[in-house]
Design a protein around this ligand. Structure first.
Ligand code: GDP
Length: 611
């Protein structure tokens, strides 16, 4: 710790907007046309010292109609350079806001060994979860048992004095997206294959992911305790997928284990260390951190919370961050044992508080020395992302979906998903995407954890998307904004009902349904505990009207905390039938006493409505 303190100011920055970028404009240098990106016909003509009309003519002869202002892509630029006798070279300039593209060239003397990051993959029921548990509980340090938070998405294990970072992969089919991303933060994949079942479809899928990410595989042949266990058969089946075990002349290590009986788990961990050593995994801990979001959610008390995997550099409390398109400052960091950390070194995953919005799992993050720089980069990234989404947006609403399909056109339906956790957002996203058919493409332009915000409405209006809220509720202000922008918000609590609704819309079979109508909302200003009644919430009605005994829900930061019925509504000391906007009242909710000041009580009715 003290060692790092001394080096407080010694960390290298990753990227800086203050360093003048080599903004080479497009020009010819020794017969080579050097350019940095798409340029117009006018610019190309002037750089190559030819007439604009000559370029237009060349394209015309190829059947391409262009004008002086047409922006040329790389292929067209290359073609024209060759036509006019120039070589060409594209110079890639990485702008600070595009930090995903950044390739860091660390001074080799500063590189230190880092733990491997391992993902466990395999077919359903082959024992991934059991293996994850067995590893968690192996070589337990005293007091560690049961202390590993399931939420953090990763944990570290130590064997022979070396650490290994494991990523918890969710097994459910709807999480395919997360799993494929798992391979991209991963150094090594442990492929679990049940010895009694052999290679199955998801085994092959996992092999494909690992190969696509160029990540080495270690095969854990599991369930060796079972009578039908046949490891040789597994190895032979793997041959067909170019996974060649060592005893078949290849370089893939296989380890026979029983996750359930906790047999040979150490053997597997040692094999991981062998592969890690071969890969010479290194990074420079003395630079500002870069890495990836593993999981993110909105914590009702603490605000946006993200689990970050530090992949290079070190993250410290107080660091300024850009996470995806969001600005932040590390307020608090904890590891998988809920231990508060001041510093997170390479290959460590930490839960971080202090980010202004909930990022998306898979987003990249970078730490900055300078606050204003980080803020500026976050804003710029947000603008770029929204501009990109807008440019590929396609107009549609749920109502006219069927008509559009009937016209025989391939139709795209844009959807924004907001849910109570990243996990459910991803699950909803994956389930919706599966509904895509030859007639309709479901395009999820945002799927994130958190309440529906004004920025969602703006994005939906710009891209003509429908917003699906899953276990979240917009407040009165957001509803008003949605109405003003003519954005459709649909709210669901069960994935299956949401899927059915879209399927019905696709078939033109939207039934009249009971929908809820919000009658009013009230703000909780003070709480009174009364022993007989429970909690009386002293409220101000801020919108519409609240009726006694109506259906209500309690909202905290846009998330539903409780749903139930109003047991009592009073003004002063009297029970009343209803209370209108602008008046104070006291409310008691049936079977609920955990209101907090600042919560919103929303009253609603169910009414029949044609969609
Ligand atoms: P996942 O779907 O890949 O996560 O698989 P699980 O870890 O949930 O395991 C599926 C089933 O296989 C469970 O009933 C486990 O108890 C069982 N199982 C897992 N590992 C072993 C093993 O080594 N031996 C035996 N006999 N059963 C196992």
């Amino acid at each position: 710790m003290a060692k790092f303190k001394e080096k407080e100011n010694a960390r290298e920055v990753n990227v800086s907007t203050k360093v003048k970028q080599d903004k080479a404009t497009s020009k010819v240098n020794n017969g080579v046309f050097v350019y940095t990106g798409a340029i117009s016909v006018r610019e190309l003509a002037s750089a190559l010292n030819v007439q604009v009309s000559d370029i237009i003519k060349k394209f015309f002869l190829q059947g391409k109609m262009i004008t002086i202002n047409t922006i040329l892509d790389d292929e067209m630029i290359g073609e024209m350079c060759l036509e006019f006798g120039y070589d060409f070279q594209k110079k890639v300039i990485v702008e600070a806001e595009n930090f995903e593209e950044l390739v860091i060239d660390d001074d080799p003397s500063k590189l230190k060994e880092r733990p491997p990051v391992v993902t466990i993959m395999g077919h359903v029921d082959h024992g991934k979860t059991t293996l994850i548990d067995a590893i968690r509980n192996s070589n337990l340090v005293a007091g560690e048992f049961g202390g590993i938070s399931q939420e953090i998405g990763a944990y570290q294990k130590e064997i022979n004095g070396k650490k290994i970072t494991f990523i918890d992969t969710p097994g459910h089919e709807a999480f395919t997206a997360m799993r494929s991303r798992g391979a991209s933060v991963t150094d090594i994949v442990v492929l679990v294959v049940a010895a009694d079942d052999g290679v199955m479809p998801q085994t092959i899928e996992a092999i494909d992911h690992a190969k696509a990410a160029d990540v080495p595989i270690i095969v854990a042949i599991n369930k060796m305790d079972k009578p039908g266990a046949d490891p040789e058969r597994v190895k032979q089946e793997l041959l067909q997928h170019d996974v060649i075990a060592e005893d078949y002349g290849g370089d893939v290590i296989t380890v026979n284990i029983s996750a359930k009986q906790k047999q040979n788990i150490d053997g597997l961990l040692e094999a991981i260390l062998v592969v890690a050593e071969l890969k010479e995994l290194k990074s420079n801990p003395d630079r500002y951190a870069m890495g990836t979001v593993l999981e993110a959610s909105l914590d009702k008390q603490e605000g946006p919370k993200a689990t970050l995997l530090v992949q290079n550099g070190s993250l410290k409390v107080g660091d300024y961050l850009v996470v995806g398109t969001t600005f932040g400052r590390v307020r608090r960091m904890t590891n998988e044992h809920n231990k508060v950390l001041d510093i997170a070194t390479p290959s460590t995953s930490v839960a971080v508080l202090g980010i202004s919005e909930v990022p998306l799992a898979g987003d990249r993050f970078m730490a900055f020395k300078d606050e204003s720089e980080a803020r500026m980069i976050a804003t710029k990234r947000k603008q770029i992302k929204e501009a990109k989404i807008r440019s590929k947006a396609n107009n549609l609403t749920l109502e006219d979906l069927y008509n559009r399909i009937n016209e025989g056109n391939m139709t795209t339906i844009n959807i924004i998903v907001k849910a109570d956790s990243t996990g459910s957002a991803e699950a909803v996203k994956a389930s919706l995407e599966k509904l895509s058919s030859s007639d309709v493409r479901i395009n999820i332009i945002r799927a994130a954890a958190g309440g529906i915000t004004e920025s969602d409405i703006i994005l939906a209006a710009a891209s003509n998307s429908i917003i699906y809220g899953f276990n979240v509720r917009p407040d009165a202000r957001i509803r008003a904004k949605a109405e003003e922008e003519k954005v459709e918000i649909r709210l669901h609590r069960i994935i299956y009902a949401l899927i059915e609704e879209i399927q019905a819309a696709m078939k033109g079979l939207l039934e009249p349904v009971f929908v809820e109508k919000i009658t009013g909302q009230a703000d909780i200003r003070r709480l009174f505990k009364v022993s007989k009644l429970g909690t009386i919430a002293g409220c101000m009605v801020i919108d519409g009207v609240i009726k006694n005994h109506s259906l209500v829900r309690v909202l905290r930061d846009g998330l539903i905390v409780y749903e139930g019925k109003l047991a009592s509504l009073q003004r002063e000391k009297d029970q009343v039938k209803e209370v209108k906007k602008g008046f104070e009242c006291g409310m008691v909710i049936e079977n609920f006493n955990d209101e907090k000041e600042g919560d919103i009580i929303e009253a609603y009715e169910m009414v029949q409505e044609e969609i």
